[in-house]
Design a binder for this molecule. Structure first.
Ligand code: ADP
Length: 266
C-alpha cells in the first residue's frame, strides 16, 4: 500500500482530524515486476547468442580457420546463432506491435480452410525435414471473422511447435471444425512429447519453456505462444490446450463465425 495523510483543521488551526488515504498499488507493483523480468529475460536471451558469436569468431581468427573441417563447423554454429538472433528480434518486434493499445485487427470474413491450405505450403517443408506427416483432416468450409494475415501467423506458430515437439516419424494434423451457429474452431494436434498439466497454464508466458535445452535446439524463441495468445484475444476468441505426456498435444482456437464471404467489417 501507498499511504498518504493530511490534517483536517478547524478554526484557529486546531486539529480536528486526519485523513489517511491508502492506495492499493499491488497491481502497479506487479506490472513493474513483469516489466523488469521481461527486460532481464530479453537481455539474457540476446546475450547468449552474441557471446557465442564473438567466441567462435575469435577462435576462428586465432587459427581455427586453418583447419578446414573446424572452420566449416564453427561457421555453421555462427550461422545458426545469427538465425536465432534474427528470429528473436522478429518475435520481439511482433510482440511489441501486437501488445500496443492501438493494435487493431483488419476484420474480414475468411475461410479458415483456405488459409490453412495456403499456409501448408510453407509448413510442409519443415515437416518433411523431420519426417513428420503433416495432414489436413476433412475440414469445414465455414467462415470466420478475423484477419487472414494474423490467422496465418497463429497457424504457423502452432504447427511449427507441433513439428518441433514431435519426434521424427510422428504426425501433425490440422482441422477446421464447425461449432454450431456462432463459432468455428481451428485445431492443431500432434503425436509429440506432450505437456504436463501443471505446465499448461505457463506455456503462454513470454519466454517460458518446459525444457529450455529442447526449445533452443529447435530454434525456439519462447515467444511463439505469447504471440498466439495475444492474437487470439485480439480476435475475441479463445484457445484451449489438452495434452498427455508421451502421447501428444492438441491446441484449439475458437473464432467467431462470419456471415458472408469477402465483406470487410469496419
Ligand atoms: P518456443 O519457442 O520455446 O517453442 P513457445 O512460446 O512457442 O516457445 O512455446 C512455449 C513452450 O511450450 C515450449 O518451449 C514447449 O516447452 C511448450 N510447447 C509448445 N507447443 C508444444 C507442443 N505442441 N508440444 C509440446 N510442448 C509444446
Amino acid at each position: 500500500f501507498d499511504v498518504s495523510c493530511a490534517p483536517i483543521l478547524a478554526q484557529q488551526k486546531r486539529l480536528q482530524g486526519i485523513v489517511v488515504v491508502f492506495h492499493d498499488i499491488t497491481e502497479l507493483k506487479k506490472l513493474e515486476k513483469m516489466r523488469k523480468d521481461f527486460v532481464a529475460n530479453v537481455s539474457h536471451e540476446l546475450k547468449t547468442p552474441v557471446t557465442s558469436l564473438i567466441g567462435f569468431t575469435e577462435t576462428l581468427l586465432d587459427g581455427a580457420m586453418d583447419d578446414s573441417e573446424l572452420k566449416t563447423k564453427f561457421l555453421n554454429i555462427i550461422l545458426n546463432e545469427s538465425k536465432r538472433l534474427q528470429s528473436l528480434i522478429q518475435d520481439l518486434l511482433e510482440l511489441s506491435k501486437i501488445e500496443q493499445e492501438h493494435f487493431t485487427i483488419k476484420w474480414q470474413s475468411v475461410s479458415l480452410k483456405d488459409i490453412v491450405e495456403e499456409t501448408l505450403i510453407i509448413l510442409k517443408e519443415k515437416a518433411n525435414q523431420k519426417s513428420i506427416i503433416l495432414e489436413v483432416l476433412p475440414s469445414s468450409n465455414g467462415l470466420a471473422l478475423g484477419d487472414p494475415y494474423r490467422i496465418q501467423q497463429m497457424i504457423i506458430n502452432l504447427v511449427t511447435n507441433a513439428i518441433a515437439y514431435t519426434p521424427s516419424g510422428g504426425h501433425v494434423w490440422i482441422q477446421v471444425k464447425d461449432k454450431g451457429n456462432d463459432y468455428i474452431e481451428l485445431m492443431v494436434k500432434d503425436t509429440g512429447i506432450g505437456i504436463s498439466e501443471d505446465q499448461i497454464p505457463r506455456i503462454f508466458e513470454r519466454f517460458y519453456r518446459v525444457d529450455k535445452g529442447r526449445s533452443r535446439n529447435q530454434g525456439g524463441t519462447g515467444l511463439g505462444l505469447a504471440i498466439v495468445k495475444h492474437l487470439v484475444e485480439a480476435h475475441n476468441g479463445r484457445i484451449d490446450v489438452s495434452s498427455e505426456i508421451g502421447k501428444g498435444t492438441t491446441f484449439a482456437i475458437t473464432f467467431n463465425k462470419a456471415k458472408e464471404k469477402g465483406d470487410v467489417i469496419h
